[in-house]
Design a protein around this ligand. Structure first.
Ligand SMILES: Nc1ncnc2c1ncn2[C@@H]1O[C@H](COP(=O)(O)OP(=O)(O)OP(=O)(O)O)[C@@H](O)[C@H]1O
Ligand SMILES: [Mg+2]
Length: 340
């Protein structure tokens, strides 16, 4: 299967035919099942798709944080093009507990989750937690690491940052905790920041403040962002490119504007039709996608979307489509665009 775009000097991460399975007693969950993706430098990629399509498993695979057993990367490559060098390292081949992966995790690729309380230790002061991460990745003494923590807290626009250094996570609001998480994630100048539903737990106003902040920081720090969300509004506001996932595979990839205006895959069209569009006047005709996502344990011979697809043809139920280039930078895996 062709990658979503060829890797070039501008590529920071290239995922090739990645497969992450969970081997359960009675079945195998093919959570990520042949993902191809290219992430350009200093850009934001939106990763969308219904619940259970493998977005988080993909990000946890990149971080090599998949619980094993039962999870395992069974195939493919996660090629990290390291900043400032011509070195390319395949993360999928590293020992998840080894020194190299520990350097990459947090140092070169950082992640922010939906629920900051899961990642922050309730027993330690905010300043100490950021300083510790900084000390693990950079050779700084405690005082300099604390200075860096203060600098990062100011950068994420937390009020009274100096005072926050000495506070505990429970003393902060949800929005402030998410700012702390972003400060923590960016404290070691990673080349990739993965944000998995970073604002879902927050109220709408705080949500847009956090998104604005991430947008501002992006132009400031030299990082690419992968933002995972259910919210297509967030994607249109944040992302340069969008990858649409369905049942463990990327079914469409394009620049954001192109994807919203010229969606090709019937699943993408369905996703776009099932959400209200801001600014569109008059009564909107919303059409949820029919049916349910098949279980990732079911083996489907053809296109996994065929059972729900309004355009399904005979071949769709028999053979899997592969990613085809529709126009430069726009790919989709659908028989409507492929010669059988
Ligand atoms: N530890 C695990 N053991 C078994 N199955 C798992 C495990 N973790 C994830 N899965 C399965 O992998 C599939 C993909 O899950 P994943 O969490 O990546 O979905 P997602 O796209 O992030 O969904 P959501 O939008 O709800 O966060 C699901 O079927 C899920 O049940
Ligand atoms: Mg998820």
């Amino acid at each position: 299967m062709a990658p979503t775009a060829p890797a070039n000097a501008d590529t920071i991460l290239e995922i090739k035919d990645l497969k992450t399975y969970f081997f359960l007693e009675k079945s195998t969950v093919r959570a990520v099942d042949g993902v191809n993706l290219t992430l350009p430098r200093k850009s934001t990629l939106g990763l969308v798709g219904e619940s259970g399509c493998g977005k988080s498993v993909m990000s946890m695979s990149i971080m090599r944080l998949i619980q094993s057993p039962p999870g395992k990367i069974v195939g493919g490559q996660i090629n990290l093009h390291r900043k400032g060098t011509s070195e390319v390292i395949d993360i999928a081949k590293l020992d998840p507990r080894g020194a190299e992966m520990r350097r990459i995790r947090g140092g070169e690729i950082a992640i922010v989750f939906q629920e900051p309380m899961m990642s922050l230790n309730p027993l330690f002061k905010i300043g100490d937690q950021i300083a510790e991460v900084v000390q693990v990745h950079q050779k700084l003494n405690k005082k300099d690491a604390l200075d860096r923590a203060l600098q990062m807290l100011s950068k994420v626009q937390i009020s009274a940052p100096k005072q926050r250094l000495n506070e505990y996570p429970h003393q902060l609001s949800g929005g402030m905790r998410q700012r702390v998480m972003i400060a923590l994630a960016l404290s070691c100048n990673p080349s990739i920041l993965i944000a998995d539903e970073p604002t879902t737990a927050l109220d709408v106003t705080v949500q847009s403040q956090i998104l604005d902040l991430m947008n501002e920081l992006q132009s400031d720090v030299d990082a690419s962002i992968i933002i995972i969300t259910h919210n297509l509004g967030v994607v249109s506001q944040m992302a340069d490119h969008v990858a649409v996932m369905y049942l463990g595979k990327v079914v469409e990839f394009a620049e954001t504007r192109e994807l919203f205006h010229q969606p090709k895959h019937p699943y993408t069209v369905g996703l776009l039709n099932s959400v209200p569009v801001l600014g569109r006047k008059g009564k909107q005709h919303l059409e949820p996608i029919k049916g349910m996502v098949p279980l990732p344990t079911d083996v489907i011979p053809g296109c996994a979307f065929a059972p729900r697809c309004p355009h399904a043809m005979k071949i769709c139920r028999e053979k899997q489509p592969t990613l085809q280039t529709i126009s430069p930078g726009h790919t989709t895996a659908c028989w409507l665009y492929e010669d059988a």
